[in-house]
Design a protein around this ligand. Structure first.
Ligand code: PLP
Length: 387
């Protein structure tokens, strides 16, 4: 009998070691890791720059509270401001907590401008986390069922549908913000129209709403720019991120700009662990390594190579509904539920994920060699062909 709560179902694989884009199980089998801790380990496993940064920090000072100045937090904040164009950062421990901060900013912003019961527009099929507010914002009943009453103050519209957002703004006078994933991850790697965020930015400007992008999955280089909104040449008012920021050290961040950056005042928000020296030392090493090794450009090259490989081999396959992605967020939607492919992939030596029932999702590391990328493509093609 396991001592662990049954939140994750049966787990049949035990990974004991990782190096680069590969992981090993307790039987000595190796796998190309095309999940990378669910979009976390962009730099791969056991990256020497990260190992060095966190071992040195661990040997010097693991943790002090936010009662004190934390130079590593300041440095990571400065780096994030530089790469994002935002003004201020709050550090959390996870993605859901970063979104909690964003939702609190939206509500306080609305309350301070005199909006009664401020509400946030959220999207169908979205995923924003598992805390009460973020599961309420999430567009998936499976995440919500059993946890009613949900947190109020969210108005849901279809994803990638600008007209629906316009209609919601016209109908509800209490809307203060829009929370949106630039590419939906858990929802099945859904890539919206190229100008979707531009339209949302315009609507927010017109109606004095905060545009809040959830870049917990799309951030930190995953789509080929540091943050995905940078493909659109716009700036949101609030950006949340986590996953890839620490490459496996738990850390999240809520970034804000302009008036949104001034909403929190002393006593409004806080956390014991968020932004501690150890977590921030990892974040600094991640951003410096992404920059020094030009890895975000590599994401675009690798993403195109993999996507084109799938399109060449699979676009005429009648089981394939769609092949889509941005950078190294790649989805292959099949015409039937395909969860069984996870185990079949393991048998071939690749770790993949299936999301939204029928979509194979790949979130590989940014340090795949061309040969590893091609091996991944040919094995996934084999899985789909034999499906
Ligand atoms: C993973 C994810 C979250 C939740 O992050 P946690 O660190 O698991 O709390 C929120 N939003 C998006 C888009 C995510 O992919």
């Amino acid at each position: 009998m396991s001592s662990l709560m049954n939140t994750y179902g049966a787990r049949t694989l035990t990974l004991t070691k990782g190096a680069g884009s590969r992981v090993w199980d307790d039987q000595g089998n190796s796998y190309i890791d095309a999940i990378a801790g669910i979009a976390v380990c962009g730099l791969g496993h056991s990256h020497p720059a990260l190992t060095k940064a966190i071992s040195e920090q661990a040997a010097t000072l693991l943790h002090v509270s936010n009662l004190y100045n934390i130079p590593q937090q300041q440095r990571l904040g400065d780096l994030l401001i530089q790469v994002s164009g935002m003004d201020k950062v709050f550090f959390s421990n996870s993605g859901a907590e970063a979104n909690e901060a964003a939702i609190k900013i939206a509500r306080k912003y609305g309350n301070e401008k005199g909006v009664k019961n401020p509400a946030v527009i959220v999207m169908a099929n979205s995923f924003h986390g598992r805390t009460l507010a973020t599961l309420s914002a999430t567009g998936n009943v499976k995440v919500q069922i059993g946890f009613e009453p949900l947190v109020e103050g969210f108005i849901r519209v279809p994803y990638d549908d600008v007209a629906a957002v316009k209609a919601a703004i016209a109908e509800h006078k209490n809307i203060v913000a829009i929370l949106v994933e630039p590419v939906q991850g858990e929802g099945g790697v859904r890539v919206p129209a190229a100008d979707y965020l531009n339209h949302l930015r315009n609507l927010c400007d017109e109606h004095d709403l905060l545009l809040m992008t959830d870049e917990i999955q799309t951030g930190n280089g995953r789509t080929g720019t540091f943050f995905a909104y940078q493909h659109n040449g716009i700036l949101p008012d609030v950006v949340t991120t986590a996953k890839g920021l620490g490459n496996g050290m738990p850390i999240g961040a809520c970034l804000a700009r302009g008036k949104a950056a001034e909403v929190f005042q002393p006593g409004n928000h806080g956390t014991t662990f968020g932004g501690n020296p150890l977590a921030c030392s990892a974040g600094i090493a991640v951003i410096e390594t992404l920059q020094a090794d030009k890895l975000i450009d590599r994401v675009t090259v690798l993403g195109n190579r993999i996507l084109n490989g799938f399109k060449e081999a699979l676009s005429h396959n009648t089981k394939v509904v769609d092949i889509r992605g941005k950078g190294l967020m790649i989805g292959i939607e099949l015409n039937a539920p395909c969860a069984e492919l996870v185990q079949k992939g393991r048998d071939l030596g690749i770790l993949i994920n299936v999301t939204a029932m029928n979509t194979i999702r790949l979130l590989p590391t940014f340090i795949l060699s061309d040969a590893e990328a091609d091996e991944l493509v040919s094995k996934v093609v084999q899985l789909v062909t034999e499906f």
